[in-house]
Design a protein around this ligand. Sequence first.
Ligand code: NAD
Ligand code: GLY
Length: 361
Amino acid sequence: MKRVVDVQLGARSYPVSIAPGLLDDANTIAATVGGRHALIVSNEVVAPLALARVQQALSAKSVATVVLPDGEVQKSLASADRLFAALAKMGASRDATLVALGGGVIGDLTGFAAALWMRGVPFVQIPTTLLAMVDSSVGGKTAVNLAQGKNLVGAFHQPRAVLIDPDMLASLPKRELRAGFAEVVKYGAIGDHAFFAWLEHHAEALLMLKPDSTAEAIERSVRHKAGVVARDEREDGERALLNFGHTFGHAIETLGEYRGLNHGEAVAVGMVLAAELSARLGMAPSADHDRLNDLLVRLGLPTRIPPGYAADKLLDAMRLDKKALSGQLRLILWRGIGRAEVVSAVPDAKILETLKAGGAL
Ligand code: NAD
Ligand code: GLY
């Protein structure tokens, strides 16, 4: 069964198609990728799994391929330069379409290059990690990293279409799969109580990648994100709620120098800390914190800060978060499952208490 979610952005609207086996559907891939030239971008891990099928589907066009090494370090201006060189070499003009075949690293980089080539050409996302399927491929945030920080250079540039084949998840390392589930849980936590309850009923099926449950979880996550993006494309308001758990999480990632918890794991801990802080501020019932904690544990995710992290250092790192305006920390907290909101002026003492209760020194 094919599921389709539309991201409604007027003339820039696009479909997100979700179907097991979609990568074997050459006609759909060919019909989705327009233009005379196509540049497929992938990496050394994903290419052996799927590149031949995409190349075959696009064989009627002039096609070039760039296969990058694996890793976040590839989300760089140097990699974008490689894509521009490949486009120039194939004689691509504005009738080129870029195709991102990979996880969020490949998707963000390819979208960035598409935003810049000839002042903007179309691109299609074929996400192959759970995180990319439910989050990064939808919504048009594209970026590369600089030595000074992550995602510092980027553009909003919406894809023309997103093609999701959940069968790709079978080869994903289990740790990456669990990290993706943190973002899935986030959608229920911030805005959809019924989805949260559904996840509680299907946690084990999801970990086993049961096809119906997996496709349903992806569709409901994408539907949630599509709604938020349609209402607030540029993050002037509601879109900030998608960062639930992220301010705490980024601080944990930063202090761990990106070698400790991965992003999804840090977000899982961060969401539990946000729920804990909400309870301490009297905003939300602690029973909802416990439900969130339990669901994340069942999905194999950490919910406590790893040993050795100092609370004051974490708070310092939180202050450097992108959402801090004029030096004031803005946090995404909740009133309970499904009801997140932006909160400013939270006393430092409450944040420090929360961090210590969550395992910080
Ligand atoms: P990733 O792209 O590095 O993929 C994770 C790992 O899985 C890599 O080793 C990759 O090669 C491998 N992989 C990918 N697909 C596979 C498959 N089907 N089978 C086996 N291995 C596979 O990481 P990610 O978690 O997908 O994305 C993280 C990136 O996304 C970060 O750069 C982050 O900043 C970005 N991001 C962007 C947005 C956005 O809105 N644009 C949102 C969230 C995250
Ligand atoms: N991943 C957060 C956003 O797309 O806004």
